[in-house]
Design a protein around this ligand. Structure first.
Ligand SMILES: [Zn+2]
Length: 208
């Protein structure tokens, strides 16, 4: 055993399946690798009641009660309904179309835009993304149903983002609604969520 330990082959942690599994799962999260996953697991083990237990419960609650809205793609509470597309108090005449929920959060935080959102859930060319999963049909339905006057396409300045924007524009032709795109001032390859408020502001203001 001493030999194995010296060789770095022997690991006590590897004998505990639950810990191994947890490390494997956490290292799949964005920005985390096995090394940081191990540190997180140790932190959780050292804060069982303050952190591990409430986190396990909260994860379970979120799993049960929060899901993506099938109509507009944003997150909704299953008990309350969708705050974005089913909200009848706020009457907006605009929909802003974004790729991901993180894009919606960036635009909301910058308070440049007042209106509904539509979250595609990806782009047309992203791998393993099927056209029918992108919620484009439901976007057309929403535009018709809620008498939307303008659709602002805020997909990234990437080839995929622009291909998707083009496809959406064509899909909306029959509705005769005004379709605009964020200004070309967006840096090439720029993803909405990584833009600063100033750039986002002028991209919205100069949309065409
Ligand atoms: Zn919705």
């Amino acid at each position: 055993m001493g030999f194995q330990a010296l060789n770095g082959q022997f690991s006590l942690m590897k004998n505990i399946n639950e810990i191994e599994e947890l490390i494997k799962l956490i290292s799949k999260l964005p920005g985390l690798g096995p090394k940081s996953a191990k540190r997180i697991v140790l932190k959780l083990m050292n804060s069982r009641d303050e952190l591990m237990k409430p986190m396990a419960n909260t994860l379970n609650e979120v799993y049960k009660n929060v899901s993506r809205c099938k109509m507009c793609g944003t997150l909704k509470s299953n008990s309350v309904g969708c705050n974005n597309c089913e909200n009848k108090d706020k009457k907006f005449n605009k929909i802003c179309v974004v790729e991901n929920i993180s894009d919606q959060w960036s635009i909301e935080n910058s308070s440049i835009y007042q209106g509904y959102f539509h979250i595609l859930g990806g782009t047309l060319s992203s791998s393993n993304q099927r056209k029918e999963d992108l919620l484009i049909t439901s976007l057309v339905d929403r535009v018709k149903k809620d008498s939307i006057e303008e659709v602002i396409i805020a997909t990234s300045a990437t080839v995929e983002g622009q291909t998707t924007a083009h496809y959406i524009k064509n899909s909306l032709k029959e509705t005769k609604t005004k379709v605009s795109k964020l200004a070309q001032g967006l840096p090439v390859g720029g993803e909405i969520e990584s833009l600063d408020d100033g750039t986002l502001f002028s991209a919205f203001k100069n949309r065409s």
